[in-house]
Design a binder for this molecule. Structure first.
Ligand code: GSH
Length: 255
């Protein structure tokens, strides 16, 4: 492969860069992040929503540097270090933040059944929607692109049917909204290159999408569109060499 994922823009831009700069001093909680990464954005969003003190540290996970592999042997961002212990996986870290900081703003509802419902649909976003997103992005033949796009739209419709409004769980912004938000702000890539349209989802999609895009924590963790495009060009040509891209190419579940 001639395109190397290591050559990515080195840091956040726009609003996200301001947020990074505001979190440069050492704290008990250290976030290993890549500004471009939608999985990182999930954890970054949880930290911002909960207003926890944290230090942001930019790493390029494609370089697999020894120091970072000691933190996360899988070599994936996000990872955090808290009280000298390392933790990885965006969804697990977000659950950890809920457990470890009960005095901070909760991102899960109180009712056990509703908590379980939030988790069920987080699982749906992560298994069905995220996988369809990368399949749509990487498919090269028109027929395959259409098929993947159909699956993506269906996954979004099923999720939307479960949104109580305004947010997934009603009045409280939750980990479900956080789990899908990074992909909502990246949908413009599929709109420009794979024929995605809001109208395909229908219903209250536009309303929900608008609310997510305008959420202050989302704005504060989002870089400028041209820099995301640089990254996603490699996916659109199916040349990306990330673990996610390789799994998608091989028809395997996402890492
Ligand atoms: N399941 C992981 C999570 O939810 O945290 C996925 C994380 C992930 O794939 N991160 C990407 C990464 O670190 C960046 S967006 N990739 C490095 C690689 O693929 O080598």
């Amino acid at each position: 492969p001639s395109i190397v994922d290591e050559q990515i823009h080195p840091h956040a831009s726009g609003e996200a860069e301001k947020t990074v700069n505001a979190h440069s001093t050492p704290q008990d909680l250290l976030l290993y992040a890549g500004w471009f990464c939608p999985f990182v954005q999930r954890t970054w969003l949880a930290l911002e929503e909960k207003e926890l003190p944290y230090e942001y540290r930019e790493v390029n996970p494609y370089k697999k540097e020894k120091d970072f592999l000691e933190i996360n042997p899988l070599g994936l961002v996000p990872a955090i270090v808290y009280q000298n212990k390392a933790l990885c996986e965006s969804l697990i870290i977000n659950e950890f933040l809920e457990d470890a900081f009960p005095q901070a703003k909760p991102l899960l509802p109180k009712d056990p059944l509703e908590r379980a419902r939030v988790r069920l649909w987080i699982d749906h976003v992560s298994k069905k929607f995220n996988a369809a997103f990368f399949r749509t992005l990487q498919a090269q033949e028109e027929e395959k692109q259409k098929e993947a796009l159909g699956e993506l739209v269906e996954a979004l419709q099923k999720y939307l049917d479960q949104v109580k409004g305004p947010w997934f769980s009603g009045e409280v912004f939750s980990l479900a909204d956080i789990t899908i938000a990074p992909w909502i702000i990246r949908l413009y890539i599929l709109e420009e290159h794979r024929g995605f349209k809001d109208e395909l989802v229908g219903g209250r999609w536009k309303e929900y999408e608008k609310l997510i895009k305008e959420r202050p924590s989302v704005l504060k963790t989002t870089s400028e569109p041209q820099y995301y495009m640089e990254i996603y060009q490699r996916y659109l040509r199916n040349e990306a060499q990330s673990e996610v891209a390789k799994a998608t190419r091989a028809g395997r579940a996402l890492p």
